[in-house]
Ligand binder design. Structure first.
Ligand code: UDP
Ligand code: MG
Length: 310
């Protein structure tokens, strides 16, 4: 029997967890030739999530869990599941049932046919606010222009992978983890499944503008260094423009005897140069912060308790 493990990141999902379990379990049971289990990752929930997970684990030995000491974010939750899993096939599924579990049998079939990854791709954005759709579309446009890895706009975290793909993902040791970028970076033969985002079964979205913005910046900066080059071009251009400006000033002032005040030139130059310096500092700061994070070598998450034996 092959083993299949589904990782379910949960942050304040007490409203939906039992529903999730009720809906997904029959689908897992119907799979022929697979020994399935769940890894619920309690990402520092402040509601009854852990209690519910523990109750599920008590009556069903296929329910495993990892509980963090605080909220570390979905990226960390997914990583912990991947690290703890020993299964031949590992999947990731949101707790809110927005990812249709009915796709799981088809995904496994694709893996048996020779694909290494079976991943869901959003075909629409039902149940998402217009602003979020707009921001995320713009993010992928910018990210794909600026970085060398191509991240599919609709790509979701909902997927099932073979062991070798999981091992490849775990071999990436960076701390600022942008999982969608990592999926795309490791490559492998992927079959995409068009998937309609369902309405959240219960509870509220855990994202807010601040979290999304951090996610977007992390995503771009961990995959490209072109922002580092941007100030070089900008600086060069501005220096060149400044030089021309100065030459024109010299010609008008001395050649044509226009009585221009030099103060204008100084002011303009100050503004331009000041702006560029600020920009460069900002960008360098972003990278420095990341280097600092990596150098500190802090763990991505801290496990408070788990029923998984390592
Ligand atoms: N999630 C998490 N930690 C967080 C935020 C979210 O583990 O800090 C989980 C959440 O419980 C859910 C999944 O990630 O299972 C997706 O979150 P959500 O449904 O809020 O995002 P959306 O579907 O709105 O993009
Ligand atoms: Mg959701």
């Amino acid at each position: 029997m092959k083993t299949l493990e589904m990782i379910v990141p949960c942050f304040n999902e007490s409203d939906v967890l039992e529903l999730f379990y009720k809906e997904v379990t029959p689908i897992m049971q119907s799979l022929d030739g697979y020994d399935y289990s769940f890894i619920f990752v309690n990402d520092g929930s402040r509601d009854n999530t852990l209690k519910i997970i523990k109750a599920l684990a008590k009556k069903d030995k296929r329910v495993k869990y990892i509980s963090f000491s605080r909220n570390f974010g979905k990226e960390a939750a997914m990583l912990s599941g991947l690290r703890y899993s020993r299964a031949d096939f590992v999947g990731i599924l949101d707790a809110d049932l927005q990812h249709s579990p009915e796709l799981i049998p088809e995904m496994l079939k694709a893996l048996e046919e020779g694909y290494d990854v079976a991943a869901a791709k959003r075909s629409d954005r039902k149940g998402e606010s217009g602003l979020k759709s707009f921001l995320s579309d713009s993010f992928y446009k910018v990210a794909n222009k600026m970085t060398e890895v191509e991240i599919d706009n609709g790509a979701q975290d909902f997927r099932i992978m073979k062991r070798k793909v999981v091992d490849a993902m775990l071999s990436m040791t960076e701390h600022n983890r942008f999982t969608k970028g990592i999926f795309s970076w490791v490559g492998f033969k992927t079959k995409w499944f068009p998937h309609e985002n369902r309405e959240r079964a219960a509870g509220n979205t855990k994202w807010n503008i601040k979290k999304l913005l951090k996610y977007a910046i992390d995503g771009i900066l961990s995959y490209c260094d072109s922002p580092l080059r941007l100030p070089i071009y900008l600086g060069g251009l501005s220096a060149f423009a400044g030089l021309i400006y100065f030459i024109v000033f010299l010609i008008l002032h001395y050649g044509c005897a226009w009585a221009l005040s030099g103060l204008h030139v100084v002011l303009a130059a100050l503004l331009v140069i000041g702006g560029i310096i600020m920009l460069c500092l900002g960008i360098i700061g972003e990278y420095l912060a990341r280097i600092y994070e990596e150098v500190k070598g802090r763990p991505v998450f801290i496990v408070d308790e788990t029923n998984i034996e390592q």
